[in-house]
Design a protein around this ligand. Structure first.
Ligand SMILES: *[C@@H]1O[C@H](CO)[C@@H](O)[C@H](O)[C@H]1NC(C)=O
Ligand SMILES: *[C@@H]1O[C@H](CO)[C@@H](O)[C@H](O)[C@H]1NC(C)=O
Ligand SMILES: *[C@@H]1O[C@H](CO)[C@@H](O)[C@H](O)[C@H]1NC(C)=O
Ligand SMILES: *[C@@H]1O[C@H](CO)[C@@H](O)[C@H](O)[C@H]1NC(C)=O
Ligand SMILES: *[C@@H]1O[C@H](CO)[C@@H](O)[C@H](O)[C@H]1NC(C)=O
Ligand SMILES: *[C@@H]1O[C@H](CO)[C@@H](O)[C@H](O)[C@H]1NC(C)=O
Ligand SMILES: *[C@@H]1O[C@H](CO)[C@@H](O)[C@H](O)[C@H]1NC(C)=O
Length: 923
């Protein structure tokens, strides 16, 4: 037969990559975050100053503009108080939270600055008996995933908390107030966010990665008043120091001399460094600083050579020498960064060696742990689940920290249990399969119907409760749940016989099958002492024929009973014999017969699409039918495996005319397997395009499902990008664009030129194959769907596809359109640009999901995430075009995505721009 384009096929079978159904995440997470960015006011760059409970904005004495907090929080009530502070009386608004249920979180926009940096978050809490009850509240506060501190307004009113927080890729940072039992209503007066100098507050923190800092002291030595913006452009508040150091040591020193600040990354303001405490009478200078709690602390000591001398001294912290003979050079500023583990008090002592000891400023921070965030895959899967329930479960931010979401259980940052009972889920969506670490999954009474599916990846699952639903079939995946101990399927509509595979679950010790429509013998593989099987309330279900006489197995008897089976001899009778033998009355026999007929009819219904027999396939115009013998001969008895996929292995073959072929032997003999086999043969026999892989023929004999394709020696795009013999380095930008253009042409043909239209449904790198000249062809139509009515806008279908490429909208609505292929193709484009897989488990959790990770960078035109191998070789405009179309293709909202024809047009342009860019070098 004639295949357009080249005549070879691939080294890799479809689905050879990414077949493991793990990690699936969506754009959802990002889109749920309210991004309302800091309008930069005239004051400090990126400052955000919220007047909590305030209704109008104003500019304060330090020339900082304050705005109402209304846009950043949706809960709480507002009021205001009059109180006297220092010499001035003020009328201050505040926000309080009498309801202890609702979330009390501010979503603070943090300057999205694509790499690591720090922000300062300062909150001020004032009670001043605003409610007239005279009961100052106690509550805790959290920042991001970390519970940072307890606020107790009894002793200190106002109370100020200040944090130095490492900003990651995210746009918002949650600042939350949490009620404590009998603590009263949390209250807050102001909240400030200030960006800090890049790289500041990390020096010497190697032993403490991923920590936040909670301010304890910030002292401007030798100065008697507090100082902040605009003198400190970062608006840190530097306190006067009289109260901290014994009064006798010295008076403040104020000697103005220029000095070089460049070596101090924290950039303390010159106004702070211009003053110092210099010891003139004795040679030991001490700051004694009591701490709030036993903990780990980060200390920065600032020195500036503001006197015309070069003093040197030893630095001791709590009696330990931390720096000997420290020199302060004239006209230079320097800093000492120290960490102290497990201390309760701080005694900083400088012992003179030459001249007098001196110090200009001190900062002391408590080191606060930031719990790891749950993986973005988990979070997005849970968000999709929340969406599918149609309820607002209050699932926001992180499922595990600072507090666990309702219905969720965690171990550390890992979600290990999910209990969603008594709601309307209808089906077990593939999302559940992404919660890879689940140990407990309880979906009882959630209106689940159909087959038990999409759970096969949950290798750690120990307890699965699907009781009180309308499930009708065991499905094929339960046997994969290798850790399962308790399986509760009672009160469903499971019919037929109990699958033998369940016996493979070695840890299973309770299997509850009560009140279903099961019949026949329970497989002997389940007849073991360690396992309790409950079977009452079924049609006729037992380990032996005998108990079928037992009235308790009559379905009309409602009371569930516990039947504990112990070892019995294997029973060889067929199910039919058991059934007929056991049923005494004709009535029951009739019921069973009509039930079987019903069952049979149902099965018939599901098979309407394609007939399974090869005879019918003969009518399909193109593909040649091979005999199993021919296939065996062609593949030299299946000698050389060139690929392995979820649906089977691919072998190299040589036809009698010498033509090389790729032979895909499918092992999935399930109904789904057969359907998709026939589907693929059928579709591939109909479509012909140079960018679609060509089917040479097939074999469908005695349960064999074998497909014979043209052989493409270039392998799949996935092999090229990530395989052991990856050609990533030589895969230049222009080549990648060419591949993208080719594949888009193939898809464009499916969507727009073929009749009926075809939705591929499994577009991914491993389904894009390359010939010797690196022409790309799309393959694997096992999941493809035809859109029969010319005007149909979508097809409703059970969600199938590959993790990482699946359109989130299709996923949540189950409505399939061509735009789902566009989404998957967008993911392929992102892979070509970034040179990485759509899902991965290494790196930061934020980078697990390619779409979530790459989108903000590419949208911002930040090409530092472009594949290292492409650096410096691409035309920026060409990259920009491709990046924009890739990002648009993975829009969550399908209607916002371009059509494949538009994608193709954009890619062609990007390709030609890159070609002329390259040509300009040749000249
Ligand atoms: C406050 O800011 C405005 C504009 O940003 C500036 O014109 C004014 O001089 C500032 N005032 C003080 C006291 O710094
Ligand atoms: C980060 O933000 C600062 C100001 O806050 C800005 O000057 C700098 O250019 C930004 N860096 C990047 C990489 O965006
Ligand atoms: C709050 O502080 C007061 C005194 O400062 C103390 O008596 C009280 O026990 C504290 N409350 C809590 C819950 O720690
Ligand atoms: C700080 O010292 C200066 C001069 O030494 C004095 O004028 C000022 O009043 C002092 N401020 C306070 C708050 O003591
Ligand atoms: C400031 O100090 C740095 C090193 O600490 C040095 O490289 C730089 O030249 C100095 N600048 C001036 C103006 O002295
Ligand atoms: C602080 O440490 C110094 C030197 O170790 C010691 O002499 C001094 O007594 C200490 N002061 C306090 C208050 O602990
Ligand atoms: C710190 O965070 C990075 C990335 O976010 C992560 O790779 C690393 O494992 C974390 N380290 C610790 C000790 O948690």
């Amino acid at each position: 037969m004639h295949c357009p384009g080249s005549t070879e096929w691939s080294r890799s079978g479809s689905g050879s990559m990414a077949s493991k159904c793990f990690l699936l995440g969506f754009v959802l997470l990002c889109s749920l975050w309210t991004v309302c960015f800091c309008n930069q006011d005239d004051t400090g760059f990126g400052f955000l100053s919220l007047s909590c409970g305030g209704t109008t904005g104003y500019v304060d004495a330090s020339n900082i503009s304050w705005v109402s907090d209304g846009a950043y929080i949706s809960s709480g009530k507002t009021t205001s108080i009059d109180y006297i502070e220092g010499t001035s009386s003020s009328n201050s608004p505040l926000r309080f939270f009498p309801d202890d249920k609702s979330p009390k979180c501010y979503k603070l926009p943090v300057k999205k600055n694509l790499s690591f940096s720090m922000v300062l978050v300062r909150a001020r809490f004032v009670y001043k008996n605003y409610d007239g009850l005279g009961k100052p509240p106690v509550f805790s506060v959290s920042l991001g995933t970390a519970i940072t501190s307890t606020v107790n307004l009894t002793g200190n009113d106002p109370w100020i908390e200040e944090f130095v927080w490492p900003v990651n890729y995210k746009d918002t940072l949650s600042f939350c107030l949490h009620s404590v039992p009998h603590g009263g209503s949390p209250v807050i007066s102001s909240l400030e966010v200030r960006p800090l100098p890049r790289g500041a507050y990390r020096t010497g923190m190697r032993d403490f990665p991923n920590k936040s800092l909670r301010k304890v002291y910030r002292i401007n030595s030798g100065y008697n008043e507090s100082l902040r913006y605009p003198l400190d452009p970062y608006d840190r508040i530097w306190d006067a120091d009289q109260s901290y150091t014994p009064f006798h040591v010295s008076s403040g020193f104020n000697f103005i001399l220029g000095f070089n600040l460049s070596s101090v990354i924290e950039s303390p303001p010159p106004a702070v460094l211009q003053t110092a405490r210099v010891l003139a009478r004795t040679d030991v200078l001490t700051y004694y600083l009591p701490l709030d709690a036993l903990g780990d602390y980060y200390i920065i000591l600032y020195f500036a050579g503001i006197v015309p001398a070069s003093p040197s001294f030893d630095v001791l912290v709590n009696g330990d020498l931390v720096q000997s003979n420290y020199h302060v050079k004239m006209s230079e500023a320097s800093a000492l960064h120290l960490t102290q583990k497990g201390i309760e008090n701080l005694n900083i002592t400088l012992k003179s060696i030459s001249f007098y000891p001196q110090i200009n400023a001190i900062e002391v921070y408590e080191i606060v742990d930031i719990p790891l965030e749950a993986s973005s895959t988990t979070v997005s899967a849970l968000q999709v689940i929340q969406q599918s329930t149609g309820l607002d479960l209050g699932w926001e931010d992180d499922p595990c920290s600072p507090t666990m979401w309702e219905h969720i259980g965690c171990e550390g940052s890992i979600v290990t249990s999910l209990v969603l009972a008594d709601i309307n889920l209808r089906s077990i969506s593939p999302t559940f399969g992404d919660l890879l670490d689940l140990k407990t999954l309880d979906l009882h009474n959630t209106s689940l119907a159909g087959e038990i599916q999409n759970l096969g990846s949950l290798q750690h699952l120990e307890k699965l409760n699907l009781s009180f639903n309308q499930l009708t079939s065991f499905g094929t995946e339960l046997e994969n749940l290798v850790s399962l101990q308790i399986l509760d399927l009672q009160n469903n509509s499971l019919d037929g016989i109990v699958p033998d595979d369940l016996g493979e679950l070695e840890d299973l010790h309770l299997l509850n099958l009560e009140n279903n429509k099961l019949q026949g013998t329970v497989p002997q593989s389940l007849n073991r002492e360690s396992l309790e099987v409950r079977t009452s309330g079924n049609l006729c279900l037992s380990f032996s024929t005998l108990s079928c006489n037992d009235v308790s197995s009559n379905p009309s008897i409602e009371t569930p009973q516990v039947t504990i089976f112990t070892k019995k001899k294997p029973d060889k009778n067929t199910h039919m014999a058991i059934m007929l033998g056991a049923i005494g009355g004709t009535l029951l026999a009739l019921i069973v017969i009509s039930l079987s007929v019903l069952l049979y009819m149902r099965r018939e219904r599901t098979e309407i699409t394609y007939s399974e027999s090869a005879v019918d396939m003969r009518n399909w115009n193109a593909a040649r039918i091979f005999s199993y013998k021919e296939i065996k001969a062609a593949t030299n008895n299946f000698k050389e495996v060139i690929g392995r996929g979820s649906f089977g292995s691919v072998y190299l073959g040589k036809l009698s005319d010498g033509k090389l072929v790729a032979v895909k032997v499918r092992f999935d003999k399930s109904q789904l397997g057969a359907d998709s086999f026939i589907n693929e043969v059928y579709l591939l026999s109909q479509v012909r395009h140079q960018n679609l892989v060509c089917l040479e023929g097939f074999c469908h004999e005695s349960k064999q499902q074998i497909l014979v394709y043209e052989y493409l020696p270039g392998g799949s795009l996935a092999d090229q990008l990530y395989g052991p013999n990856s050609q990533k380095v030589s895969l230049s930008w222009v080549r990648r664009l060419k591949i993208a253009v080719d594949a888009a042409k193939g898809l464009d043909y499916l969507h727009n030129a073929s009749d009926p239209r075809i939705i591929h449904r499994d577009v991914k790198c491993s389904n894009i194959l390359l010939d010797k000249e690196m022409n790309a062809k799309v393959c694997d139509f096992g999941l493809s769907k035809q859109v029969m009515q010319a005007d149909a806008t979508h097809v409703t279908t059970v969600v199938k596809g590959t993790a990482g490429y699946l359109d989130p909208e299709y996923y949540s609505t189950q409505q399939l359109t061509e735009k789902s292929d566009v989404y998957s193709f967008g993911v392929v484009l992102l892979e070509l640009i970034c040179g990485r897989e759509p899902l991965r488990r290494s790196g930061t959790p934020d980078s697990f999901n390619l779409v979530l990770w790459a989108k903000p960078y590419l949208q911002a035109g930040a090409f530092e995430i472009v594949d290292e191998n492409l650096k410096g070789t691409f035309d920026v405009e060409s990259m920009r075009k491709a990046a924009i179309v890739a990002v648009r293709s993975v829009e969550r909202d399908a209607s916002q995505r371009p059509t494949i024809a538009e994608v193709l047009a954009e890619l062609k342009e990007a390709y030609s721009i890159q070609l002329s860019f390259l040509a300009s070098f040749d000249m």
